[in-house]
Design a protein around this ligand. Structure first.
Ligand code: AP5
Length: 223
């Protein structure tokens, strides 16, 4: 199994770009650590209950908790999964070290960390306009990806919601936490020769195409 890390600030488009790749590249899967946690909160699992308040404050849940969730997820993947994108994990140097053990246990190899670089004003614009369908999980943006009928999901016809942590004060805190705890990962992967920067301020489709164009190069380099 080949693993690709999506590294970037909240709103840099990690989820959007990973989903485009999953829909366009054969054998490409993606898992979002944030989505795993939100599902756990919704299902009221022990981990979800423990993580709920932390997520609402825009802080990081304990390294062990999210590493265990990602480890379980990877263990459960079918053998045919040729490529898995980790969207939002690791987010601290401690998590990156835990990932090394997880990869070894699953006979997986890390291809690259794709760093999506987006200026702060664009991040704020994207996060403040994001809307979600509470039923099917489809994502929208009030300006760049609006639903056909304002405020309603195109598929489910239910009212769209704003993610609890997309409130202005929480967005600020998430960006601060990103600077303090996640930015050091850039140097961590750069030192290993495993970091590639992508200008991700433009169209998500262009970013996905740029990453897709590098996949075979990374596969060869890590073979
Ligand atoms: P998580 O869900 O991972 O949130 P995040 O990292 O803050 O990232 P986002 O989902 O907000 O942004 P994204 O980069 O995926 O952007 P998106 O594609 O959605 O984590 C949530 C919380 O869970 C954390 O705060 C923490 O508490 C906890 N957590 C998660 N992982 C953890 C970990 N490893 N350790 C500890 N705690 C963890 O795009 C955003 C918007 O912009 C959308 O509306 C989209 O339509 C739009 N958009 C995207 N790309 C473009 C583009 N190119 N052009 C125009 N619009 C775009």
């Amino acid at each position: 199994m080949n693993v690709l890390i999506f590294l970037g600030a909240p709103g840099s488009g990690k989820g959007t770009v990973a989903e485009i790749l999953a829909g366009t590249v054969d054998g490409f899967r993606t898992v979002s650590s944030g989505a795993l946690l939100r599902d756990a909160v919704k299902s009221r699992t022990e981990a979800g209950v423990a993580a709920e308040a932390t997520i609402a404050r825009g802080e990081l849940v304990p390294d062990q908790l999210i590493a265990a969730m990602i480890g379980d997820y990877l263990k459960g993947l079918p053998d045919d999964s040729s490529m898995i994108a980790l969207d939002g994990f690791p987010r601290t140097v401690a998590q990156a070290e835990m990932l090394e053990s997880i990869l070894a246990a699953n006979k997986a190899r890390l291809l690259q960390a794709a760093f999506l670089d987006v200026p702060r004003d664009v991040l704020l614009f994207r996060l403040s306009g994001r809307r979600l369908c509470p039923k099917c999980g489809a994502g929208y943006h009030i300006s760049t990806l609006p639903p056909k009928v304002a405020g309603m999901c195109d598929t489910c016809n239910v009212e769209l919601i704003t993610r609890a942590d997309d409130q202005p004060a929480t967005i600020e805190n998430r960006l601060k936490v990103y600077q303090q705890q996640t930015v050091p990962l850039k140097a961590f992967y750069e030192d290993k020769g495993l970091l590639t920067r992508f200008d991700a301020a433009g169209e998500a489709g262009d970013v996905a195409r740029a990453i897709a164009g590098d996949l075979s190069k990374w596969r060869t380099a890590q073979a």
